[in-house]
Write a new protein. Structure first.
Length: 606
């Protein structure tokens, strides 16, 4: 078991007072040396005014404010505000309040602001821009990821990565911009009774999303790990597909998972939220939603819902604000992701049995291959594992399993290495720069639960574990075929194979030993490996009835009128590929429907 399994390897993820880390030279790692945009809170900004940030016209950063300055800032953004005489809370009034600023919330904010509604986005994280991103693993994970990037399922079998900053997961994801596979939309429309996904409107939504993100299909130059993946596939006669990205074709940044330092990756913080604030939306950062405000519906027979949502209660996280906020709105949207939306709905008093169930994680298991530098080869494999676009190549193993390359900083890699000895750990880390990783990702059929904030139960089903094993074996074959000197997995017994003079029967015998455990994992004498998840879906899924899902086919709660869900938790099942385009396209359709409903209600008013 790695000594860093419960946290990132501290000496590798920080810098000293000279902004240096002596260990980095030994392992061949360095922070990307690039021209960073100057906007943001840099040292130079303390001496001279920095250029405006993309969201400055609409952002209100609560952590740095007091009660008085908060009210003044909100009023200055065109909101109606009122201090409660009893001292219990401040009241803010708007048309739409959205909790969360990621793939779902950012899109919803843009669509509804464009429809002429006053929108407030509540985000517990802080606002950073390209000039703020240091690409230093430790502090970046701490301020950009939920729980600092150390968020495990209750049985410690799977570590989950999810964003906790303005832009949510879109600010720290790996750029892959893959449209929803047609067989998935057909399944959702047919088997799940959700016609939205079978309509032309959904295809047009994907077009609109890809256009706004300026998705590109090509890549000028691939990084080291994707060269390995593509080369291994070609050597085996396997298909390797180019992965579309929400960044330019020449984008060569390998640290987008720590916030893109060039500003070229297009998350919601640089696209949809910019559109939203240009139309008068307000993004309130450092503010955590506690519960939605539900009242008895004035006309339950008409809506079929016994309650109506009229706002949200939130707490500002800065020390200077002493009162809670009561944000009243005609429409309320939960968009804080599949791990955080269920606890928010439960704390608001909703009872639907699907809230917190049907959680899918796209479980991932990784293989590695060591490629010593050999400049004598006719076509030497150049580069290091932390350079270049993170995901530019994909190989499909089965209908449910794909192989891609990960972003893996030195601290994260050290936390995955099984402990054998101090010398072994140092030897492995010295090979960091030339160790390529490839992971198998499964469209899981088994599902977990979100029981409360930070309480996630999940284990891959036996069928999913079999798929993972198949994908992991394929990844190892690809690494061997690409010319690795040694390959292995991160299983607790240090499973690995030297490839010099390797016979076919030796490889087959090694692959027969590859396992992926299912069920609860308890570190100990048994062979086990930590799984990972960067995609969380389905915990408040759409359904054709309250018996089938937490919300209806328009994203509205079955229990409370005017309360919508607009994030990855909506998805009926796992997608099977990186879900950013799917989440944004679904959010686009849901928010368009909300805008139409608000327009119709306005017309009906006497």
């Amino acid at each position: 078991m790695s000594p860093a399994i419960c946290g990132y390897h501290f000496p590798l993820v920080q810098v000293n007072e000279d902004s240096d880390n002596p260990s980095w030279k030994a392992i061949g790692y360095s922070v990307p040396d690039i021209d960073r945009p100057q906007q943001g809170r840099t040292e130079d900004a303390a001496r001279s005014p920095s250029p405006p940030r993309p969201l400055d016209t609409g952002v209100v950063e609560a952590r740095s404010l007091t009660d008085a300055t908060l009210l003044g800032s909100l009023a200055g953004k065109g909101l109606e505000v009122k201090a409660d005489a009893s001292g219990a809370h401040h009241t803010v009034r708007c048309d739409v309040v959205i909790v969360g600023s990621g793939c779902g919330g950012g899109v919803a904010a843009a669509v509804l602001a464009a429809a002429g509604h006053k929108v407030v986005v509540v985000e517990k994280g802080d606002y950073f821009t390209a000039g703020d991103y240091s690409s230093i693993e430790g502090p970046s994970m701490e301020r950009l990821y939920e729980k600092g990037g150390i968020f495990c399922t209750s049985n410690a079998s799977t570590i989950m990565f999810t964003g906790a900053t303005v832009g949510g997961g879109s600010a720290i994801n790996w750029s892959a911009s893959i449209r929803t596979p047609e067989w998935v939309t057909q399944e959702w429309a047919g088997e799940h009774g959700l016609p939205l996904f079978g309509r032309p409107e959904y295809a047009r939504a994907m077009d609109a999303v890809c256009a706004r993100l300026a998705v590109t299909g090509g890549c000028v130059e691939e990084g080291f790990q994707n060269k390995v993946l593509r080369g291994g596939c070609e050597a085996l006669g396997l298909r390797a597909d180019a992965v579309p990205r929400n960044s330019p074709e020449g984008h060569f940044c390998g640290s987008c998972h720590l916030g893109c330092p060039t500003g070229e990756k297009r998350g919601t913080d640089t696209t949809w939220l910019v559109d939203a604030v240009a139309r008068g939306a307000v993004v309130l950062t450092g503010c955590k939603a506690e519960r939605f405000i539900l009242e008895s519906s004035s006309n339950p027979s008409k809506s079929g819902r016994s309650r109506k949502c009229v706002g949200v209660v939130a707490t500002c996280l800065g020390d200077g604000i002493t009162r809670k906020l009561r944000i009243e709105a005609r429409v309320c949207i939960a968009a804080c992701g599949a791990l955080m939306t269920p606890p928010l709905l439960r704390s608001s008093g909703l009872k639907n049995s699907h809230i917190g169930r049907n959680l899918h994680l796209h479980p991932v298991s990784m293989a590695w291959g060591y490629f010593p530098e050999n400049k004598q080869e006719p076509r030497p494999l150049t580069g290091t594992c932390c350079e270049g676009g993170i995901i530019t190549t994909m190989h499909r193993v089965t209908a449910r399993t794909i192989v891609q390359a990960p972003a893996l900083g030195p601290g994260c890699m050290a936390s995955l290495i099984p402990w054998e000895s101090g010398r072994d750990m140092k030897d492995r880390m010295r090979r960091y720069a030339r160790t390529a990783h490839a992971f198998a990702l499964v469209r899981d059929r088994g599902a977990g639960t979100v029981g409360g904030e930070g309480r996630v139960r999940y284990s891959p089903s036996g069928e999913d574990a079999d798929e993972l094993r198949c994908g992991l074996r394929r990844a190892l074959r690809i690494l061997v075929a690409a010319g690795a000197a040694e390959v292995g997995t991160h299983r607790s017994d240090g499973l690995r194979l030297r490839c010099g003079g390797l016979r076919d029967e030796d490889l087959e015998a090694f692959l027969d030993e590859v396992t992926v455990a299912s069920g609860p994992l308890v570190p100990g004498p048994d062979k086990w490996a930590l799984l990972a998840s960067a995609h969380q879906m389905g915990s408040c899924r759409m359904g054709s009835s309250p018996r089938d899902g937490a919300v209806d086919g328009r994203g509205e709660s079955w229990e409370a009128e005017g309360l919508y869900v607009c994030d990855g938790s909506l998805l009926p099942t796992a997608v099977g590929v990186n879900p950013m385009i799917t989440i944004q396209s679904t959010a686009y359709c849901v928010s368009k429907g909300i805008a139409e409903s608000l327009a119709a209600a306005r017309v009906k008013k006497p």
